[in-house]
Design a protein around this ligand. Sequence first.
Ligand code: SF4
Length: 354
Amino acid sequence: MGNKNVADIRRLLLAAYDAGKRSLPWREETDPYRIWVSEVMLQQTRVETVIPYYERWLERFPDIEALAEAQDDDVLRAWQGLGYYSRARRLHQGARIVKERYSGTLPRNSEGLRELPGVGQYTAGAVASIAFGEAVPALDGNVKRVFSRLFDLVDPTPADLQGLGQDLVDRERPGDFNQALMELGALTCLPRTPRCEECPLETQCLALARGTVGERPSTRPRKTIPEKDVDVLVASAEDGKGGFHFLLRKRPDKGLLAGMWEFPDVGLFPEEELGMDPTDPEPLPMPAVSHTFSHLKVRYRPRLLRGKLTATDLTPPTTTLHATRWVPLGGLDRLPLPVAQQKIAREAMRLLGV
Ligand code: SF4
């Protein structure tokens, strides 16, 4: 890549960005915390989905201090529906570290930012370039695709791509340049149908010149995701005063959906330990709910058990149930429930007529 190409790519890309960039709530933002939040939310989620979450999040946790002091459940609850919940937990841990170790101020370069949980090369590059003007690249999946076409690369290593990004990033406007590249990948250099005729880099693109756009990036066969069935017990009980309660369990602090709440697996404990008198001889089968995680597809098969509460302190008594709690209907809104569990709860309430 010659100096002229580099200069042309920077100029063309920034001119197109200035002329037609999307107006997004985090654009023109200078507060590093807000940029950090937007970048973490955008990691695996589409822009349109992120916008309302981003705005609500900042109302709830307007600065690092507010996030650092928040309760785990409140943080997960604000993230509820965005998926990949480890991002929320790491952001929360990161805010606590920034508060304790850095007196509430984010480290001002990519190297320092990478010390924070959940901040990898991409996020560090994006925050450092946008918030602090550091000339470092920020390569998301879209930008990697643009590079493999722009430079007609067959099988680039992450180090190759990072090196190209470092050479290319505009020294004066690194944040805008990185956002311009991401925008190009998201809107123009699309995976299946790139819009080369509208592309500001049309004259620079090697794959276009060589007729190899359709082969870049070279595709590897998709891995099939394993599937798993989970039998779920939706235990619901009246408390004798007209109130309804659901039995919910908090997931462990590590692993999939850590710290979120859910209806427990049927096999987790014996029915006689629930603290309720069932009114049905057998739990009622409910429609299955499927959810695909990044590495696993789960089909939840819920069954509804109705009854009356016998427990007085609403804490099931055995150690197997230590993370399990009877939650009144009105309390469901205050607990972080994954999307599939919300669907199960809604269907159960419909069947119960509550
Ligand atoms: S010319 Fe086409 S393939 Fe090349 S960068 Fe632009 S959109 Fe992508």
